[in-house]
Design a binder for this molecule. Sequence first.
Ligand SMILES: C[S@@+](CC[C@H](N)C(=O)[O-])C[C@H]1O[C@@H](n2cnc3c(N)ncnc32)[C@H](O)[C@@H]1O
Length: 380
Amino acid sequence: MRSAPLGEECWQAAIAQLTVRETSFFRHRDWLRALRDRVLLPAMREKARLDNGSIAVWSAGCASGEEAYTLAILIGDLAESLPVPGGWRFDFFGSDICAAAVAQARAARYREWSLREMPPEVRRRHLVPDADGRSWELRGPVRDRVAFVRHNLVDIDAGTWPAAPGQFDLVVCRNVLMYLHLRARTRVATGLAAAVAPGGWLVTSPAEATPALFPALARHSFDALLAFQAPTGPDRAGQRYRQHGAPTDISDDPGTPRGAAAIPLVAALAAKRVQTAAPPVDALLEAASDRELAGDHCTAVELLRQALSAQPEAPEVHFRLGSLLHRLGRGAQARRHDRLALLGLTELRDDCLLRAGLEVPVGRLRLALQQRLARALSDG
Ligand SMILES: C[S@@+](CC[C@H](N)C(=O)[O-])C[C@H]1O[C@@H](n2cnc3c(N)ncnc32)[C@H](O)[C@@H]1O
């Protein structure tokens, strides 16, 4: 599906009519069990062994969010049994082309039909029935951990691709590729593969798990699951992308020349990085991170303030300073920077990447800020 010169409202009305958004929590439980036991558990054990408690997951084509929340539940449960120093940091992200689906995912309110495969004990832990008794709302940390953005996977060359190369430990794109035209499917598959971290995983539905779509990744068969793993070691995602380029060895796709889709994505992301993090702010942010890691919070605050003198409206810097001040218990100052960060994001598209320690999409930063301010409000 491609963006057309329609008004956004017409375009979204068409998308809402044309897309198949069937999904549910814990969809295909055998498949999920294999994903948990054969992919997630070993990967998280390895992270725990290396004291690396950060895990990033992208549910691409997440419909109304059930898949992304299911992954957050599974991974949260595994994390509880695998302690790491400093605790786990979760970076869960869902995207879909359909604005109505994304709005529903953010609202996290579901009917019985969406919950039909969810174990009752999991339902009791994470969902609260609404007063009308007809729907359930997801509450608590799982909901807070997942951010959603509207994004068309086919817009790979438009500079709005939400993932940096090698950003995700797990990319799940299930029952989405099958709806795309072959040429679009090939290009999207290349972008998804590039978003996987070295040693990380990409999974589709079994029907979509064609090795020719992901030539840079190794295919493994685990019970009900076919999974693709990115090479580890020096083959960094950007290099992998350039070396392998767009897969063209699918006989009825004469379109994309080898590598043609690859370079613009990497270039677009690199260009965005330059735009949003020009020195000296870039250098000041890095120095602030170093001081923060070293436990020298006063200097970190000072460096972030200097960065704001150079770029007074930089939302990513306000966000960083707000985060640090929250941790230091300086709530009023922190909230001020949160509000300035939100203000600075107003004109930016949800899928722009900003450097805030990690590269994060604007939509995710906006949601995190809104949630943080709402929490501060409810805590009084
Ligand atoms: C059948 S649902 C799959 C939901 C979920 N992944 C699962 O398997 O339960 C397919 C989803 O893909 C989304 N989709 C279709 N084309 C897309 C595109 N070009 N970019 C992003 N999402 C797309 C649809 O809006 C729909 O929500």
